[in-house]
Design a protein around this ligand. Structure first.
Ligand code: MG
Length: 423
């Protein structure tokens, strides 16, 4: 109790909570942001990247985009660079380098291309915070490099923690680097934990919209198309995460992400379906109190909270109108209809490289589904079949994860080929 009282007096006990989140709660922005914050965006042309640039444009006195990094959308990257005038613009696809260079070098913007250039850019001195908004496994290596370079991480790429949460956590422990979540659920949980003591948390409740197929019968889900799956009821997101939301594997990934981000036991993290997507997540404490964070479904809120490092910046967008959301409902996820959600418990109890295999197989499965090679209902068996065929490694090193990712993708591609005959 004495320790608790000391924490309450200090008024900044959040740093004792999640060892990843070493930032303290600030009520005064000037106290923490004496200089304009310089930001790198890993994946600037995707949905989160573009929304991060919108937030940066809203607060030019606070934020400056100094490094923009994209995968293949060179025209969008050029347009963004002309508008935001970063120091660097980098493209993963080396075949697009000349186009990028010719467009931007006359403006004094430095350019580079390739995965090595992206990884090396994490050491640049021209930024202090990186928003990791890239999709899938590709976020892991640059994020680890950014942690080693003592950068602040605004984590939108949940796969970084899904694939290799243990080594990412170890890297964070050994670095002054901090990590704040951009995922709306984890931002909500973080906001609920401010001012609380870690031992007094009973459980974390992660909300899920349930995706576009929540009300369909298993027979109807058998027949859904790519177009159906890409139509998310509440959130505007990139294609990969929209499919992950439809299978509910996104929620399994978010359970794994929460386990690492908040240092919780797996049995303390529960998903619940909340179709209105107004309650972004909740935390229950030992005394029975439940704290929730609510807001309209808009990713700019968690982006703003992460870039402001917990300071609440003004939001010019629409605010929550309770008249519009007359009823908020909650229900247990249907594991029979959405078996992918059970993969979280499997990954966390088995540990090792399990989640790395699941992620790799899913990336291949989603691509195969989007290309209409496999059916929606074949995504889950493709993942479990890959898991069955990849050797388990209890304590993988970084190199093991790299090899496991490559091997799992190759195996999943083989299985996808076979499944495509049975579509
Ligand atoms: Mg989310």
């Amino acid at each position: 109790m004495a320790a608790d009282r000391k924490l309450i007096r200090s008024g900044c006990n959040l740093r004792f909570f999640a060892y990843l989140c070493k930032l303290e709660y600030h009520s005064d922005l000037n106290q923490k942001m004496t200089n304009q914050k310089k930001i790198a965006i890993l994946g600037s042309t995707g949905s989160i990247g573009a929304q991060t640039l919108e937030v940066i444009a809203q607060y030019p006195e606070l934020f400056k985009a100094t490094v923009l990094i994209a995968g293949t959308r060179v025209d969008t990257l050029i347009q963004q660079a002309i508008k935001f005038l970063p120091e660097w613009a980098i493209i993963a696809d080396t075949s697009l380098y000349w186009k990028l260079r010719d467009a931007l070098e006359p403006l004094g913007i430095k350019t580079a291309a390739g995965q090595d250039a992206i990884n090396d850019s994490m050491n640049l001195d021209c930024f202090d915070t990186v928003v990791t908004a890239t999709v899938g496994y590709s976020g892991l290596t640059p994020t680890l490099r950014a942690i080693k370079a003592s950068k602040k991480i605004a984590l939108a790429n949940k796969e970084t923690l899904v694939v290799a949460g243990d080594i990412v956590c170890k890297a964070l422990e050994q670095s002054p680097s901090t990590m704040l979540p951009v995922d709306s659920e984890h931002s909500a949980i973080y906001q609920c934990l401010v001012g609380e003591s870690p031992e007094r948390v009973r459980r974390i409740i992660i909300t899920a919209s349930g995706g576009p197929f929540r009300k369909l019968t298993p027979q109807q889900i058998e027949e859904v198309t790519v177009r159906d799956a890409l139509h998310h009821p509440n959130w505007q997101m990139g294609a990969k995460i929209t499919i992950d939301s439809a299978t509910m594997l996104n929620k399994a990934f978010e359970i794994i992400e929460a386990r690492w981000l908040f240092n919780m036991r797996p049995d303390q993290i529960e998903p619940i379906v909340h179709p209105q997507s107004v309650v972004h997540s909740m935390v229950e404490f030992m005394d029975g109190a439940v704290k929730a964070q609510l807001g309209i479904p808009d990713m700019k809120l968690p982006i703003r909270y992460a870039l402001g490092e917990t300071f609440r910046l003004d939001a010019p967008e629409e605010h929550l109108d309770f008249d519009r959301y007359g009823t908020l409902t909650f229900e247990k996820p249907d594991e029979k209809k959405f078996p992918c959600i059970t993969l979280a418990a499997h990954a966390l109890t088995r540990g090792g490289n399990t989640a790395c295999v699941i992620n790799a197989a899913n990336e291949i499965a989603v691509k195969a589904f989007l290309n209409e090679k496999i059916k929606f209902t074949q995504i889950y068996p493709l993942i479990t079949e890959t898991l069955a065929q990849i050797q388990f490694i209890a304590s993988p090193t970084y190199d093991d994860y790299v090899a496991c990712n490559a091997e799992s993708r190759a195996k999943a591609s083989e299985i996808a080929e076979k499944l495509s005959f049975n579509k």
